[in-house]
Design a protein around this ligand. Structure first.
Ligand code: ADE
Length: 243
């Protein structure tokens, strides 16, 4: 999978993504990440890519042509028209489901806006998906594109060493993850739940699923509505005094 990021701050995205698990995946050639500097496509001698907005108002806007030329430099190299994701609070809210859908693509282009945004005309011409990472306003699209690339990359086979964990964790079946513990068995007077030391796998699995359900009911009841609970589990929840 090849990620291309159109940005005014290539170092920011490359430094952030070239580390840890994603960095290792790049080194192992499971994916590539390329940042294209929109400023390299400036069409004036001062290398400016922003200008005042028609109709007045505060702030500057990124011009259409440098963005278009930067996009074209990538599109020319792709076999088929790649999806172009524009990061914006006006987009559809990013979710695990969207990450799974994007993970099926071979090429993805992320367009990061700055200042007050980008001239609408180029957005109309090149953008296929408008995506927001949440209801708050950031200074640019770089962090959202890094968030998305991280979430998508870890779904690519081989990126996580154990593929099981991508499948079974939080948001699988709309449940949050159960609590987990490592050594020591007792830490500052707090003991690991007895059942986890029992070695009884079926009981452990049952306990973990119950914990997931209880956690979801407490923290994200909206998710629980979409989870497929058995009648027994629904009863367990109804009888749980903590909720
Ligand atoms: N750009 C600025 N804020 C954003 C957000 N919340 N999501 C995606 N892109 C953004």
């Amino acid at each position: 999978m090849n990620f291309h990021i159109l940005t005014l701050f290539p170092d920011m995205v490359m430094d952030g993504l070239n580390t840890s698990i994603i960095g290792r995946a790049i080194a192992n050639k499971l994916l590539t990440i390329e940042a294209v500097n929109i400023r390299d496509f400036a069409v004036n001698k001062h290398n400016r890519v922003d200008d005042y907005t028609y109709g007045g108002g505060a702030g500057m806007l990124m011009q259409a042509e440098p963005v278009y030329l930067a996009y074209k430099s990538i599109e020319e190299k792709c076999e088929k028209m790649p999806r172009v994701i524009y990061l914006s609070p006006q987009g559809k809210t990013f979710s695990q489901e969207m990450a799974e859908e994007f993970a099926k693509e071979e090429e993805l282009i992320f367009l990061c806006g700055h200042y007050e945004g980008i001239d609408e005309r180029v957005l109309e011409d090149i953008v296929t998906d408008y995506v927001s990472i949440g209801d708050y306003v950031l200074t640019g699209g770089e962090l959202p594109s890094m968030v998305m690339i991280d979430a998508i990359s870890r779904l690519i086979p081989g990126v996580l060493h154990n593929n099981v964990s991508a499948e079974f964790e939080t948001f699988q079946d709309n449940l949050l993850e159960y609590p987990q513990y490592t050594r020591p068995e007792e830490w500052r007077g707090k003991k690991v739940p007895e059942i986890l030391l029992s070695g009884h796998h079926a009981n452990i699995e049952k306990w973990r699923r119950e914990q997931s359900i209880i956690r979801t009911a407490k923290a994200r009841p909206d998710l629980l509505e979409k989870a497929k609970l058995t009648e027994k589990e629904k009863k367990m929840l109804a009888n749980n005094s903590e909720i």
